[in-house]
Ligand binder design. Structure first.
Ligand SMILES: N[C@@H](Cc1ccc(O)cc1)C(=O)O
Length: 424
């Protein structure tokens, strides 16, 4: 059964590195295994960058294994230096505690907690890290780590060799905490596999070594590729910021749009990484798109699958309806009730409680631009229209009662970004 899983992960090109390849295959085909992936609380929501390892946890669960999602209540207070160019700002303990709660709720949505032996668990590494005292840490754990080996790890090499900022003892110690997590999960839950992004390889192999030393147990590691885009820009970020999983931070409509705008060069890879559609079906979509002369199917399949999976059928339906109205330039035909619905349905919107506002201020206020300076740039570049009309006047004023039904404005930036303003 589990070799089927590894074959599937291969077909999806989801395996970057594997420890003890043949042994791990054997280990997984011998029955239900427990595996984990860790997530540090670095914000009040997960974002789409977290999805690949999280979905791989789920793929393992669907194949008959038990997943543990670890929340880094402790490691989140330190900050993982792996492949990070600069030292992180420390967050306060209160902030991190708050983020831990939000993350637990989000993570819980992805896994099944009521399926017998395979039931998922959520754990917090604060539970075993808090009670570590400094002498035990140095004597019982630190003794197993060679500084000589630690500074050779690719993940921190750049920080150690670079002139200037370097790396603090705090961040340098991060790897030891993550390694200790693996040993603890192995001891208490018989966890034998850790998965993570390929930037985690150094931390994962550290844990494999420590578990052998502390528990005399063999454990394994598997990393998934970091998501890259054909054009070289960073995955998961748009001009106006990160694509979050929380609908309060990224509306289902925006989320849907994000996937719909995937480049042709990336879309089949993303279907393999992010959806549960069988690889053979994805090949068929790719073949059909190659034959077709008109619009490709892949982007809308991806947008539908992802929005349904993260936000549900109702939110998907709204996102599609909004898209249809906006992109066919039917905005004027929407009635007052539909505009009201768009707002409720999660189209990005702002309520405005004043009779007039400068367009520059409005664009910054809606988040269509990050700042007034950027707003001016957009206007100058002819990228802004309001209720279907291009505006290139930097001094333009928007008067509330001139909106649709005396209150609604749809502000469009470029081809694809829309924002509803409701003058209440
Ligand atoms: N270091 C991981 C998170 C993590 C934390 C603790 C662990 O035990 C495992 C993973 C990351 O930054 O993504």
């Amino acid at each position: 059964m589990s070799n089927l899983l590894l074959n599937e992960l291969n077909a999806r090109q989801l395996i970057a590195q594997l420890s003890a390849d043949a042994e791990l295959k054997q280990h997984l085909s011998d029955g239900c295994r427990t595996l984990y992936a860790g997530f540090d609380p670095t914000a009040d929501s997960l974002h789409i960058g977290h999805l690949v390892p999280l979905l791989v946890l789920r793929r393992f669960q669907l194949a008959g294994h038990q997943p543990i999602a670890l929340i880094g209540g402790a490691t989140g207070l330190i900050g993982d230096p792996s492949f990070k160019a600069t030292e992180r700002q420390l967050n306060t303990a209160e902030t991190v505690t708050h983020w831990v709660e939000q993350l637990s709720q989000q993570l819980a949505q992805f896994l099944d907690f009521n399926c017998g032996q395979q039931s998922a668990k959520i754990v917090n590494n604060m539970d075993w890290t808090r009670s570590l005292d400094v002498l035990s840490f140095l004597r019982d754990i630190g003794k197993h780590f060679s500084i000589n080996a630690m500074i050779q790890k690719e993940s921190v090499k750049q920080r150690i060799e670079r002139e200037g900022s370097g790396i603090s003892f705090t961040e340098f110690s991060y790897m030891i905490l993550q390694s200790y997590d693996f040993a603890m999960l192995n001891r208490h839950y018989h966890c034998t596999l850790q998965i993570g992004g390929s930037d985690q390889w150094g931390n994962i192999t550290g844990g494999i070594d420590l578990t052998r030393r502390l528990n005399q147990q063999t454990v394994y590691g598997l990393t998934v590729p970091l998501v890259t885009k054909a054009d070289g820009t960073k995955f998961g970020k748009t001009e106006t910021g990160t694509i979050w999983l929380s609908s309060a931070k990224t509306s289902p409509y925006r989320f849907y749009q994000f996937w719909l705008n995937t480049a042709d060069a990336d879309v089949y890879k993303f279907l393999r990484y992010f959806t549960f559609l069988p690889p053979a079906q994805i090949d068929e979509i790719e073949a059909a798109d190659r034959q077709a002369t008109g619009r490709r199917e892949a982007q809308s399949v991806l947008a539908r699958e992802m929005t349904r999976f993260i936000h549900g059928e109702v939110a998907l339906h709204s996102a599609e309806r909004i898209t249809e109205a906006l992109f066919t330039d039917q905005v004027q035909t929407l009635n007052a009730e539909e505009l009201r619905q768009l707002k409720l349905d999660g189209m990005p919107s702002t309520e405005l409680n004043q009779s007039q506002i400068a367009l520059v201020d409005l664009i910054a206020l809606t988040g269509l631009a990050k700042s007034k300076t950027q707003a001016r740039e957009f206007i100058t570049k002819n990228a802004i229209s309001v209720n279907g009309e291009k505006i290139s006047d930097l001094n333009a004023m928007i008067e509330a009662n001139k909106g649709f039904f005396g209150r609604y404005f749809i502000v469009r930036r470029g081809k694809k970004e829309f924002h509803l303003v409701d003058c209440i």
